[in-house]
Design a protein around this ligand. Structure first.
Ligand code: URP
Ligand code: ZN
Ligand code: ZN
Length: 460
C-alpha cells in the first residue's frame, strides 16, 4: 500500500514546487502533479502546507555520562520528541571518557539506541585519547559505517585531547577520509580562569561565561583550524557561539582550510543574561561554549543567512533542575547542557524564516541538507527526490503556540526556551514512509529507527 502526500508546496534546499509525492515501501517513487496512484493508496492532504525533507540534527547527546551524572534523556523519548518537532534523523555524539575503551563504548552507545529509537540515527565517534590501539579501533568503527569523529579541546582530563592527540586524530581522519568535528575551547585557560573566579568567591552561574570568554573559544577555533590545515584533514567546528570564533573560522576558510561551521539553537536565541538569572534559573542555561553577550546574536544570524554557518544543530543535552543544582556551590559543577531536540525546527522557522528574513531554502539547507552532505547521508537523506528515503515533514505554517515544559515530550523538568512563541509546526512527519508524528503527538511505532551506515567522504 502506497502513501500519497498530495498538493503541498514541496520545498527543498534548492527548489519549490506545488505537487504530490508518492511513496512506495520506504522511498519516494514519484513526484509530480495529478499522479495516477493505485486505489489502495493512503492519501495525506498537504494543501496549504509546506513539505520539507526530514530535518537532520547533527549534534545531539542522549546517552551521556558527564560531570558526575548522566544526561536525562533516553532514545525512545528523545526520538519521539525529535519527530514531533520534525527531526527525522539525528547524529549522536558517542563519548568515551579518557579512561574508557573506545570500541566498548561504541558498542554500548549502539546497544542503547538499537530498537529504542523511533527515527533514523548515526553517531560521531568521540576520540578522547590517542594510544597505540587507537588507529586499529577507529578504523574498525569507520568500517562499521560511523564515518565521522568528535574531539573536545576542552573538558581537560575527561573528554579533552591535547594537541599531540588532536594531531594524530586528524592525520588518521585524513587517511581514512572522515570528517572531524570539534568542540573548540582552550582547556587550560578555562581551568585557570575557573580557579581564579572561585578563589574570588565568584561561584554563581553568572560566572560561567566569564570563565570561558569569547577569546578562549576563538583561540580553540584558530588552533583547531591550524591543525586541520597542517594535517590535510576536514574539520567541522561544533556549536560556534560568538563573533571572534566565527572570524577565526572564516579566516581559515578564506585561506582554503577545509573547515565547516555549525552553530546551535541556543546561540541564536538566548544570550548570557539567561545564565545570569539567580540560582537554578541561571543554571538551566549553562552550556559550553556559554551563552554570549547579545551583540553576537545578529552576527550569527547573518552568518547563517549567508551560509558561513552551514548547519544548525541543537547540542541537545538535558539535565534536570536537581542535576543543575549539583553546581549550587560552584558554577564549575553545574552539568553543562541545554535540551532542544523538539524545538529546533519550529524556533528556527519562527525566528529565522517568519521574523528574521532567513531564506526558506537556506533554512532547509542549514537544518537538513548541509548536514546530510557533510556527513555522508545525501541524497538518501536531506533531499526530496525519487529514490530518496521518504522522510518528509508536512509543515503547518498557520499553527500558533508557545514552547513550554508542560507540553514537551523529552524527559526534563524545564525548557530553556519557555514561553517562546512559535509560528508553525509539523503536521505530519514520516520516516521511510511511516507516519511517526502528527500535530504535536507521536503516533508511530517506537524503535523502528535504523542506524545509518556512512561511507568516508574523501581520502588523502
Ligand atoms: O554544554 C554542552 N555543550 N554540553 C554538552 C557537551 C558538549 O560540550 O557538547
Ligand atoms: Zn561541546
Ligand atoms: Zn555537544
Amino acid at each position: 500500500m502506497g502513501l500519497l502526500i498530495k498538493g503541498g508546496e514541496i520545498v527543498t534546499a534548492e527548489s519549490r514546487l506545488k505537487g504530490d509525492i508518492f511513496i512506495e515501501d520506504e522511498t519516494i517513487s514519484a513526484i509530480g502533479t495529478g499522479l495516477a496512484v493505485p486505489s489502495d493508496t493512503v492519501v495525506i492532504d498537504a494543501a496549504g502546507k509546506l513539505v520539507f525533507p526530514g530535518f537532520i540534527d547533527p549534534h545531539v547527546h542522549i546517552h551521556l555520562p558527564f560531570m558526575g551524572t548522566f544526561a536525562k534523556d533516553n532514545h525512545a523519548a528523545a526520538s519521539a520528541a525529535a519527530l514531533i518537532g520534525g527531526t527525522t534523523t539525528f547524529i549522536e555524539m558517542c563519548c568515551p571518557s579518557r579512561k574508557d575503551d573506545p570500541l566498548e563504548t561504541y558498542h554500548t552507545w549502539k546497544q542503547k539506541a538499537e530498537g529504542n529509537t523511533a527515527c533514523d540515527y548515526a553517531f560521531h565517534m568521540g576520540v578522547t585519547r590517542y594510544d597505540d590501539k587507537t588507529e586499529a579501533q577507529l578504523t574498525e568503527i569507520v568500517r562499521d559505517g560511523t564515518a565521522s569523529f568528535k574531539i573536545f579541546l576542552s573538558y581537560k582530563n575527561f573528554f579533552g585531547v591535547d594537541d599531540e592527540e588532536m594531531f594524530h586524530t586528524l592525520k588518521l581522519a585524513a587517511k581514512l577520509g572522515v570528517i572531524t568535528t570539534a568542540h573548540c575551547e582552550n582547556a587550560e585557560l578555562v581551568g585557570q580562569l575557573q580557579q581564579l573566579l572561585l578563589a574570588e568567591g565568584k561561584t554563581g552561574p553568572e560566572w560561567h561565561e566569564p570563565s570561558r570568554p569569547e577569546g578562549v573559544e576563538a583561540e580553540g577555533t584558530t588552533r583547531f583550524a591550524t591543525f586541520v590545515e597542517q594535517t590535510g584533514a576536514t574539520g567541522y567546528v561544533v556549536h560556534l557561539s560568538c563573533a571572534p570564533a566565527l572570524r577565526a573560522a572564516v579566516d581559515a576558510k578564506m585561506r582554503g582550510v577545509k573547515l565547516h561551521i555549525e552553530s546551535v539553537l541556543p546561540h541564536f536565541l538566548l544570550d548570557k543574561s539567561y545564565a545570569e538569572r539567580a540560582g537554578v534559573e541561571g543554571m538551566k542555561h549553562i552550556m559550553s561554549p556559554p551563552l554570549r553577550d547579545k551583540r553576537n546574536l545578529p552576527v550569527l544570524w547573518n552568518a547563517l543567512k549567508t551560509g558561513l554557518i552551514e548547519t544548525v544543530g541543537t547540542d541537545h543535552c538535558p539535565f534536570d533542575k536537581e542535576q543543575k543544582l549539583m553546581g549550587a556551590k560552584a558554577f564549575t559543577q553545574i552539568p553543562n547542557g541545554i535540551p532542544g531536540i523538539e524545538d529546533r525546527v519550529n524556533l528556527m522557522y519562527t525566528y529565522g524564516v517568519k521574523r528574521g528574513g532567513l531564506d526558506l531554502h537556506r533554512f532547509v539547507d542549514a537544518l537538513s541538507t548541509s548536514a546530510a552532505k557533510l556527513f555522508g547521508l545525501y541524497p538518501r537523506k536531506g533531499s526530496i527526490r525519487v529514490g530518496a528515503d521518504a522522510d518528509l515533514v508536512v509543515y503547518d505554517t498557520k499553527y500558533r503556540g508557545k514552547i513550554s515544559a508542560a507540553t514537551q515530550h523529552g524527559i526534563n523538568d524545564y525548557n530553556g526556551f519557555e514561553g517562546f512563541e512559535i509560528e508553525g509546526r509539523p503536521s505530519v512527519v514520516t520516516v521511510r514512509g511511516k507516519v511517526q508524528a502528527r500535530d504535536g503527538a507521536f503516533v508511530g511505532k517506537p524503535g523502528i529507527g535504523r542506524l545509518l551506515r556512512r561511507e568516508p567522504q574523501r581520502k588523502e
